[in-house]
Ligand binder design. Structure first.
Ligand code: DCT
Ligand code: MG
Length: 399
């Protein structure tokens, strides 16, 4: 303080352990390093991430890099970019200088370089290069079709195919039932689903489920449970208060939707759930619950404020992707947590459980490897308690 009064440059040890050489740099460091940036966890399940993203400029760029790494089957890089984007999404304000990212976890040198470039030029040249790349464009286009994953997209690209027209005109290509539906309803289902449209679907599903079984339990999950305004589909969990009574319910629901004439596509998967095979270590795999992937017709007059429409579309309806998942009631909490997402949030819950608690968590169960026993999980809160984590509300799980 003595030298400060005299206005001489000083060396100050900041709480960020940065050697600050003079007042100007000191001021800059203090202003550009918001206190809230302190102690950001490397695990998404220890961060609170709302739908409000103050760093979209950076996270959009990082997501292009992640996607491109995924197309190149570089899983490690893909995950690194996704983690970095997720950390930035959780920040309470926009990053305005590279100094503001000091001490943040999961930001590697590639990510730092991207942030620096965007801060300096407002854009990232590597990202623009990828977006202009023929292979990236083709794979992005192909994987936007329901039923087409990166493997199929790559196969088509290798055959020299570049557009939907070329794929549909290629006699050697046999589309499966899901892909045929994907192309048939492409214009509708590639368009986002609004909250009002999701709400309307909730009413339809609720009415149908409760007509069959008045005490069945229904929950809207996925992005809409996390408070998102838009999604790519609408996800639901359905179960019954008594174990076993859920058997046959989903097929009945499907029949009923069919009778109403609103079922445009349905793929039903029976349950492969086997409690004796738990705990499973195959975390990225699909869960074993009975489920169906649907395309449902939603009418204009069912939606408050009307449907979102494509220009020139005069139909009174649009097609929407809906997933229904039916866990047995004793698996409801783990299934709800898993299907609420976000993918990154749940991925980190599993990683946290494994690395920090020696526990295995997936959509089916929570297992303690030390105690060699399954932990009882009736609610989502129970799971957080067992893991020794503060509860994170669904709307704070947008990691
Ligand atoms: N999920 C899962 N097992 C799957 C597929 C998904 O556990 N086989 C989880 C991950 C997130 C959640 O279910 C919902 O999945 P999506 O609908 O793909 O994600 P979303 O967060 O709802 O995003 P969107 O808004 O795009 O639908
Ligand atoms: Mg969804």
């Amino acid at each position: 303080t003595e030298s400060m009064r005299e206005g001489r440059p000083v060396t100050v040890e900041s709480r960020h352990h940065i050697q600050v050489r003079d007042f100007e740099t000191l001021a800059e460091t203090v202003c550009s390093t918001p206190a809230a940036v302190d102690n950001v966890s490397q695990y998404a399940c220890q961060r609170r991430t709302t739908t409000e993203n103050h760093n979209k400029m950076f996270t959009d760029a990082l997501e292009v890099l992640a996607e491109s790494s995924e197309f190149n089957e570089n899983e490690g890089r893909c995950l690194a970019f996704r983690r970095a984007a997720s950390v930035l999404k959780s920040l309470p304000s926009a990053v305005r200088s590279l100094g503001a990212t000091q001490g943040l976890p999961c930001l590697g040198e590639h990510t730092e370089a991207v942030i620096e470039e965007i801060l300096q030029f407002g854009r990232c040249f590597k990202v623009e290069e990828i977006q202009c790349d023929e292979r990236y464009q083709a794979l992005k286009l192909f994987t936007s079709v329901f039923g087409v994953g990166p493997k199929t997209a790559e196969k088509w690209y290798r055959r020299g195919l570049r557009s939907f027209k070329e794929i549909l005109n290629e006699p050697a290509i046999q589309l499966n039932k899901m892909q045929r539906a994907g192309f048939l309803y492409y214009r509708d289902i590639s368009k986002t689903v609004s909250k009002a449209e999701a709400q309307a679907l909730r009413c339809i599903i609720e009415e149908t489920v409760h007509w069959i079984m008045p005490d069945a339990i229904l929950a809207l999950t996925g992005g809409f449970r996390r408070g998102k305004e838009y999604g790519h589909d609408v996800d639901f969990l359905v179960t019954t208060p008594e174990l076993g009574r859920e058997e046959g319910l989903l097929l009945h629901v499907i029949d009923r939707l069919q009778d109403q004439g609103i079922l445009l596509y349905c793929e039903h998967q029976g349950t492969t759930f086997d409690a004796t095979k738990l705990p499973s270590c195959n975390f990225e795999a699909m869960d074993h619950f009975e489920k169906c992937f649907l395309i449902v017709r939603l009418y204009e007059d069912q939606v408050e404020g009307g449907l979102q429409r494509n220009p020139g579309d005069s139909r009174a309806w649009r097609a929407i992707r809906v997933d229904l998942v039916v866990p047995p009631v004793d698996r409801y909490a783990t299934a709800l947590l898993g299907w609420t997402g976000s993918r990154q949030f749940v991925r980190d819950l599993r990683r946290f459980a494994r690395k920090e608690r020696r526990m295995l968590f997936d959509n089916h169960a929570l297992y303690d490897k030390t105690k060699k026993m399954f932990l009882s999980t009736t609610t989502e809160e129970d799971i957080f308690v067992h893991l020794g984590l503060e509860y994170v509300e669904p709307w704070q799980r947008n990691a």
